[in-house]
Ligand binder design. Structure first.
Ligand SMILES: Nc1ncnc2c1ncn2[C@@H]1O[C@H](COP(=O)(O)OP(=O)(O)OP(=O)(O)O)[C@@H](O)[C@H]1O
Length: 338
């Protein structure tokens, strides 16, 4: 998938906004409070005069992870954009409600959105390189998010940025801090973007095809990182993927979307291992040749190859064309038949 202007708009969801005065003060939430509630959400294309998403419902509490799967065009990304308040211009939420940490997004002002994005809800996407400024050192870009969103002074923001780079398991974070995006591999760039996305301590992170462009071993490492953040910090995750194995690795619950309709929803094990709907079975059958279990193997490989992505930039060349070249042949074949 190439990066479109609309995709770049998505990154505005994690950027620093326009004013330090927008810096929010996070309100502590009890562990059982719903951090994201999507209730019967419908999304309409006002130009095409048709409803694209026909009622999506899920709730996320701290530390939970929900997966949204479905073929290309099924409405996964639009659902995420709705939750981030960044639907493309001619799309609207035409039904249902979305609440972020108890706040109904319907009445949010632009200033309130700026305060919420990054600090309460944040996002990472495919093709991380295109979301970073190529002429700025990556550490400085994270420090800027910290400075504006968390209100830290420059020196403290720098220190916090280095901590964040360490938290996303980048070896030698001081070195990485001073590097430019082109010096980093695809897997390292995705970790940098995750560091930026969690810089202001959001409660919900939306990962929309965030590992799709990475080779399978690095993909497993990044998913493991997300799972770890979720466990350690209570970060709630929305994981969007056309790849059922990604969801199988990370999520408690899964929604299967077909043409904007949820055809099946439930605990991941139940949906992926005892699917009830023919469409879910078809998606699983398509993966059968690769195996939903492949991440177990990838984990083993990841242990063995732990050095491959932690500072060497080994797969940088593979990602050099903007992401898809870094995808394994398996994914390219799969994309080809959809
Ligand atoms: N900016 C846009 N302008 C016009 N149509 C759009 C736009 N964004 C999405 N659509 C349409 O809305 C539908 C749902 O798109 P969406 O991007 O949510 O699907 P998806 O499941 O995320 O697919 P993919 O995996 O390919 O990203 C598709 O038919 C798509 O063509």
């Amino acid at each position: 998938m190439t990066t479109t202007q609309a995709d770049r708009d998505l990154v505005a969801a994690t950027d620093v906004g326009d004013s330090p005065t927008a810096t929010p003060t996070p309100r502590p939430l009890p562990a059982d409070e719903v951090v994201l509630a999507v209730r019967d959400v419908r999304i309409r294309d006002n130009v095409g005069d048709r409803e694209i998403v026909h009622g999506v419902t899920f709730e996320l509490r701290p530390g939970q992870a929900v997966g949204i799967v479905g073929e290309s065009g099924s409405g996964k990304t639009l659902t995420c954009r709705a939750a981030l308040g960044i639907l493309p211009e001619h799309f609207t939420v035409s039904g249902g409600t979305i609440e972020i940490a108890g706040e109904d997004i319907a009445g949010l002002t632009p200033a309130r959105w700026t305060a919420l994005r990054g600090s309460t809800i944040s996002a990472v996407f495919q093709d991380p390189g295109s979301y970073l400024n190529p002429s700025l050192r990556v550490g400085a870009q994270i420090a800027e998010v910290v400075r504006v969103k968390a209100g830290l002074r420059r020196r403290a923001a720098r220190a916090r940025a280095v901590e964040l780079l360490a938290a996303v398991r980048l070896r030698d974070p001081e070195l990485v801090y001073g590097q430019y995006p082109h010096e980093l591999s695809g897997g390292m760039l995705q970790r940098v973007l995750i560091a930026a996305a969690i810089a202001a301590g959001p409660r919900v992170l939306i990962a929309d095809e965030a590992t799709t462009a990475l080779d399978v071993t690095v993909q497993a490492e990044v998913l493991d990182l997300l799972a770890d953040l979720r466990e350690r910090t209570g970060l709630a995750l929305v994981v969007v993927s056309h790849d059922l194995a990604v969801v199988a690795q990370v999520c408690d619950e899964v929604l299967v979307l077909r043409d904007g309709e949820v055809v099946e929803q439930g605990p991941t094990e139940q949906v992926l291992y005892q699917p009830r709907h023919a469409y879910t079975r078809m998606l699983i059958d398509e993966h059968e040749q690769y195996g939903l279990e492949r991440f177990l193997d990838a984990d083993a490989d990841a242990d063995a190859d732990a050095d491959a992505d932690a500072g060497t930039g080994a797969e940088a060349d593979a990602d050099a064309d903007g992401g898809r070249a870094g995808a394994p042949a398996r994914d390219r074949e799969f994309d080809g038949v959809r």
